[in-house]
Design a binder for this molecule. Sequence first.
Ligand code: GLN
Ligand code: ZN
Length: 770
Amino acid sequence: MTAKSAAAAARPTVYGVPRQGRNRELKKAIEGYWKGRVTAEDLRRTAAELRRTNWRLLADAGIEEVPTGDFSYYDHVLDTSVMVGAVPERHRSAVEADALDGYFAMARGTQEVAPLEMTKWFDTNYHYLVPELGPDTEFAADSSKQVAEFKEAQALGHTPRPVLVGPVTYLLLSKPAPGVAPGFDPLTLLDRLLPVYAEVLADLRAAGAEWVQIDEPALVQDRTAAELNAAERTYRELGGLGDRPKLLVASYFDRLGEALPVLAKAPVEGLALDFTEAAAANLDDLASAGGLAGKRLVAGVVNGRNIWINDLGKSLSTLGTLLGLADRVDVAASCSLLHVPIDATAESDVIDAQILRWLAFARQKANEVAVLAKGLAHGTDAITAELTANRADLASRAGSAITRDPAVRARTEAVTDADRRRPQPYPERTKAQREHLGLPLLPTTTIGSFPQTTELRTARADLRKGKIDTAGYEERIKTEIQQVLSFQESVGIDVLVHGEPERNDMVQYFAEQLTGYLATQHGWVQSYGTRYVRPPILAGDISRPEPMTVPWTTYAQSLTSRPVKGMLTGPVTMLAWSFVRDDQPLGDTARQVALALRDEVQDLEAAGTSVIQVDEPALRETLPLRAAGRPAYLEWATEAFRLTTAGVRPATQIHTHMCYAEFGDIIQAIDDIDADVISLESARSHMQVARELAAHGYPREAGPGVYDIHSPRVPSADEAAALLRKGLEAIPAERLWVNPDCGLKTRGWPETRASLENLVAAARTVRAEL
Ligand code: GLN
Ligand code: ZN
C-alpha cells in the first residue's frame, strides 16, 4: 500500500471516555442505589443515557469509530474479572444472589466480606480493583456487558469498537488470592484464560464487531523473557482463531520497547501505540523494527492524560513519518480519556477566556483527533483554519506572563548547590535538635490531620454559600484547633499538630494560594469508584504571594508550650496530584514549586516553628514505569525536596511522611531527601519498613506507623507496644518515633481518641523497658 492510500484511510478514534457525566450523574445514581434511593432499573437507565450522551459527544466532535465496553459502574478491571468469571470465593454467594449487588460487594466489601484490594492503574491517579487468582481459579466467559454495550452503540448508528483489558495485562495486574501460596504466578493461568477471551471475541464477532481493541498497557513496563513469551503466545493463539473480529492491540503510557517486535510479528491486524512525549521512543523503535507492514497503526498523538491543547503541526509531522511505516495510519488520543475531565468550555465562569483556549479536556481532545485525521487524509489545506487557530493559541500560551514570570525564572536559575543541601551533616543537626526540642526517647506524634468532621465540612460549605463570612469561618477553625491541641496535650503527645482543619485537600489547599495554579469548577476525574477528584492545573510559573500556613501554625503554637509541627505538602506530591505543564521538564516545575514552599518553610521557622513536616506521599507513585526512567526522576524529585527544606537552621527538625507500603524501589531516594525524621505507613506490614530501612543503613530517625488508620479498629496498647518492640529490633531507640501510619482525617473522634491514648501508653511502656 502506498503512503497516499494509507493516509486516505485515516480514521479518528479514542479508547475510552470519562464515565461520570457532566454533572456527575453516575456518581449520584450509584450512591443513590447504595442508599436504596435509586432502583436498579433507574441506575441502568442513567448509565445507558450517559453512554448515549458520550457516544454522541464523540461523534459530534468528529470521532468515527467509538469505543464500547469502557463504561463501568466502578472499574474496568473489575468488569474484566466479571467477564472472565474470576469472582473470589468470598463474593460468590453475593454475586449469585444478585449480579449488581455482588459486583458492588467485590468493589466495596460488605459487613461480612472484605472487598478486592485497590491499587493505582499504572502511574495515573485512577485506581483499579486487583483481581485475586489462585491455582484453583476456573474462568468462565460472560460477554454480556461487552455485547450489550456494543449493540447499544450500533443501534444508535455508531461504528463501535469494543475495548477489552488484555489477558496478559489482566494476569500481570492480578495477585494471588488470600490463602494461596505466595510464590503463585498468575501468569501460569494464561492457558486457562485464553479460551475465555476466544469466546468473548466470538460473541462480539457474532454481534457484528469488525474490530475489537485489546489493551495491553502492562507491556510498556520492563518485562521478563517469560512475560514477553506469554504475550507472543497470547496473540499467536488469539490471532489464529477462526471466525473472529480484527484485533487491535493497544498500549499506552510508555514505549512498548521489547514488546514491540513481539506484537509487530503477531498475527493481529492492528497496533495502537502512544506517540506522546512519555513514549516518544516508539517512533524510532517502530522504524528500526521495519514498521508494521500489513497492519493498521493507531497513532496516539493527542495526550490523553493532560489537559493542554495539542501542537497540531507537530502531531501532523509525526503522523507523516508514520505513514511510511504502516499499511494504514489512524489517529487517536494516547490513552483512554478517562483521565481528563469532560469539557473545558464548562470552565468559562472560572477560567479566563484566553487561558481557556490553551486547555483541551475530553471533548476538545476528541475534536483534535478528528482534525488531525482530516489533515492526514486530505492534507493541511483541509484544516487551514484549525491550524491557524492552534498556532495562535500555542503562541498566546508561550508568550503569556502566566507561562513565564521573569522573577520566578531568575530565581530558579540562581539556585546553587548550597541551596539544595543542609550545610550541617545529620549528626550535628540531631545534636542541635535534641538540645533545642528536649524530647523523650521514642517521641510520639501524629501525621498531621485530625478527623474532618461534618461541622468542619459544613463550615466550609457555609463560607462558600455566603452563610458565614471569613471571620466566622476562621473562628470555627480556631475552635477546632483549640480542641485538637488540648486533646493532644491531655493524652500526652510530644510533638503536636494543629490538625489541618482548614484544608479541604492537601494539594488543593496550597494550589489555591499559589500564583500560577488554576482551579476548575467541573474538572472532575475518576479516582476510584464513585470518588472523583478535581486536580488543580499547574498552568504557569509558580510563586507564593504570601504565607499559606503560618497564621494557623503560629496560632496553634500560641496555645501550648510543646512543639507544634508545621505541615506542608511537598513539591513532588503537588505535581503528582495536579495536571502538570507539558511545555517544560517536570523537574523545572518541581523546582518552582519547591522554591515557593521553601519560602513557607523559612517563614514558619522565623515564626518560631521548630519542627516542619513536608509530606511526600506521592514520591513512590510517580516513579516512571520503566527502570530506565527512574534515576532522572529520582534526581529531580529528591532535589526538589531538599530545595524546599535545606534553608533551615540545624536545630529545626525536618520531617517527611510517605504512605505507600512498598518502599523497596525508592529507599535510596528516602535517604537522599535528607529529612531528619520520616514517618511511614507500616502498621499492616508489621514493621517490614523498619527492617528495610535498617537493611539499607538508613541513618536518620524514622516512625514506622504502629496504628493503622485505614480501619476504624482501635489498636490496643499491647499491640502497639509489640509493634514498637519489633521496630526496636531494626531501629535503635534514639532514632525511633511513635506515630500512626497516616493522617486521621478520615477517622471519627471516638476511635482517634482511644487509639492515640493507647499509642502514648505503648510508648511509655516500651520507654520504661529501655
Ligand atoms: N499531613 C497529611 C495528613 O495527615 C498527610 C496525608 C497523606 O499522607 N496522604 O492528612
Ligand atoms: Zn499518609
